[in-house]
Ligand binder design. Structure first.
Ligand code: NAD
Ligand code: IPM
Ligand code: MN
Length: 358
């Protein structure tokens, strides 16, 4: 048997509902494909913060380092300010483990209708490569000037040549393995001084990859094209904040934020990578059993893929596709009535059939 140590951090809100669901699916896939998971469930969350004053223990990153991969639900909940919960857990993990690539597929699953009128069934299949370690998410120069009528908040973006180059190189390689088209999200027409630098590096790497067709789009126009003409994209590379915004939009055009998965990758494999859905803790539906578990399950499939188990990943996604295309079972975000648990039971059943049919 192949065996992996996986740290799970269900986190807050619906994270605690969709992570157990996805773990069940991964366990089932594992048992069918000879993969053994040793799960360490870590209770780090806003509740943990309320008890301890920290989002994770002081040695939290060392604990995670002992694991092969990290499987995260979502963190953040009313009662703890988001900048506290996120800078206390999510962002340090992405940075400490050099997960500088945030891979976010925008794929329309079989049986799901895009809210966009012109997109045919299965008509969306592109990937956003989001820079995940620097850019607008910066700790540099964060200042609040209080106590005067001119109160102000100032934060500096950080774009390093190394940081921009490595994520772009990943995106160029990914494009080469697909349709060899790479779009860059920029804003060099604005007064964002870092973006001409981003463009300069994109051009240099473009010259090194003459077989990849490159294009630049200003982020505002690009957001519109995600709605008006999304089938033109293959791979899109974007800064941290631009990529964040584009991928909630990407989730919307594939039918629901409840679907979209995300892989925070350390491509060099020096450290664990982290797999999570694009969505957050959804306080508005937490505890009601309404959460769509598919984003979390899909993130699990991305973890299987990263671990080198493409066959198991394909089976999991085959089960997802089967349920969506053949059974009519839908959670409420898709206008259905199935609970998280009912959807998960359906996925498990489909996975068994998927494996039996091989
Ligand atoms: P959200 O993604 O949690 O919710 C946005 C909307 O989508 C809500 O109406 C919610 O009900 C719905 N939704 C999200 N996931 C769903 C699912 N699986 N099934 C059905 N509906 C779903 O975004 P938000 O409201 O901006 O953020 C809530 C909290 O989550 C905040 O504290 C935020 O900081 C945090 N957050 C955490 C992460 C993370 O840990 N990676 C990501 C995003 C947001
Ligand atoms: C995401 C989330 C996070 C981000 C927040 C919660 C810090 O929105 O993973 O997309 O912006 O990276
Ligand atoms: Mn986001």
């Amino acid at each position: 048997d192949t065996s992996y140590r996986i740290a799970t951090i269900p986190g807050d809100g619906i994270g605690t509902e969709v992570v157990p669901a996805a773990v069940d699916v991964l366990e089932r896939a594992g048992s069918r494909f000879g993969i053994r998971f040793e799960w360490s469930e870590l209770e780090w969350s806003c509740e943990y913060y309320a008890r301890t004053g920290r989002m994770m223990p002081e040695n939290g990153l060392d604990v995670l380092r002992e694991h092969d991969q990290i499987f995260l639900g979502a963190v953040g909940y009313p009662g703890v300010p988001d900048h506290v919960s996120l800078w206390g857990l999510l962002i340090p993990i992405r940075r400490a483990f050099r997960q500088y690539v945030n891979l976010r597929p925008v794929t329309l699953l079989p049986g799901v209708e895009s809210p966009l009128r012109e997109v045919p069934a299965g008509g969306l299949d592109f990937v956003v490569v989001r820079e995940n370690n620097e850019g607008e998410y910066s700790e540099v120069g964060g200042r609040l000037y209080r106590g005067t009528p001119q109160e102000a908040a100032i934060q500096e973006s950080v774009f390093t040549r190394r940081g921009v180059e490595r994520v772009m190189r990943y995106a160029f390689d990914l494009a080469r393995s697909r349709k060899s088209r790479l779009a860059s999200a920029t804003k060099s027409n604005g007064i964002i001084h870092s973006m001409p630098f981003w463009d300069e590096i994109f051009r240099e790497l473009g010259a090194e990859h003459p077989d990849v067709k490159t294009s630049d789009y200003h982020i505002d126009a690009l957001a519109a094209l995600f709605v008006l003409d999304p089938t033109r994209f293959d791979v899109v590379v974007a800064s941290n904040l631009f990529g964040d915004i584009l991928t909630d939009l990407g989730a919307a055009i594939i039918g629901s934020i409840g679907f979209a998965p995300s892989a925070n990758l350390n491509p060099e494999r020096e450290f664990p990578s982290m797999f999570e859905p694009v969505h957050g803790s959804a306080p508005d539906i937490a505890g009601t059993g309404r959460a769509n578990p598919i984003g979390q399950v899909w993130a699990g499939a991305m973890m299987l893929e990263h671990l080198g188990h493409a066959d198991a990943a394909t089976a999991v996604m085959g089960a997802v596709s089967h349920v969506l295309a053949e059974t009519g079972v839908r959670t409420r975000d898709l206008g259905g009535t199935a609970s998280t648990q009912e959807m998960t039971a359906e996925l498990l059943k489909a996975l068994d059939q998927e494996v039996a049919a091989r």
